[in-house]
Design a protein around this ligand. Structure first.
Ligand code: ADP
Ligand code: MG
Ligand code: MG
Length: 209
């Protein structure tokens, strides 16, 4: 992984999150407490504000610093989850130091695994993991099979879209939406939506390189 890619991706993700403000806002207002957009916006601004400090660092040090900083800036349920994603990615990146797709997929999968552990959640609980787990599986499977990058990124966008849409008909068993029981049915999970937007953005960026 390259630090330059991480920083370019952070800028692109920031722009994409801002562009989806009304949708993300209203999803968390419907089945949460309405702050998910603000939490994500703050997280993105924090990373962008670290640009000059991060630019000279290795990718693993960059991911680690981002994780630690997000832990104290995002807050909510999503803050510690996203922070643990970055810190686990950092650890995997440090151990393998490679820029090929199978290693990037492995680092991503390690990040998603950390969210599962920290959130004590899995697929089917109406959270960001309904996007992240299938994407991590697909990424690992296709990268290890030697699929062409363009094919991999297109498939990941598709997988993320399906995962996001799958949360609509679920009852939440984790997070604030769990208090709603059946009333959460019919609403897409906000964290699943932002995860899908982020994956879409990074896949587009990666395919254009
Ligand atoms: P909060 O719920 O504390 O206000 P946010 O609104 O920023 O925090 O984030 C809510 C999102 O976090 C949910 O939409 C869901 O995707 C995700 N989430 C909540 N709890 C968990 C969990 N235990 N595991 C994984 N993701 C979770
Ligand atoms: Mg919220
Ligand atoms: Mg909150």
């Amino acid at each position: 992984m390259k630090t330059e890619f991480i920083l370019t991706a952070a800028q692109a993700v920031n722009d994409a999150i801002l562009a989806h403000e009304p949708e993300i806002e209203s999803l968390d207002r419907e089945i949460g407490d309405g702050d998910h957009f603000v939490n994500m916006k703050r997280g993105c601004a924090t990373i962008l504000g670290m640009h000059d400090e991060l630019a000279p660092l290795s990718a693993d040090a960059t991911l680690q610093k981002i994780g630690m900083k997000l832990l104290s800036t995002i807050g909510g349920a999503s803050g510690p989850l996203i922070a643990s994603f970055f810190m686990a990615m950092a650890k995997a990146e440090k151990e393998q130091q490679a820029d090929a797709l199978p290693q990037i997929a492995a680092a991503f999968a390690a990040g998603v695994e950390a969210i599962k552990m920290r959130g004590k959640a899995d697929v089917g609980e109406k959270t960001m993991l309904d996007v992240l787990i299938p994407v991590a599986r697909k990424f690992t499977e296709m990268a290890n099979a030697g699929a062409a990058p363009a094919e991999v990124f297109a498939a990941l966008k598709e997988t993320a879209e399906q995962g996001m849409l799958s949360t609509r008909d679920m009852i939440a068993t984790k997070g604030r939406a769990a208090f709603l029981g059946e009333r959460a049915i019919g609403h897409i999970d906000p964290g699943a939506k932002t995860s899908q937007v982020i994956i879409h953005t990074i896949c587009d960026l990666a395919s254009s390189r």
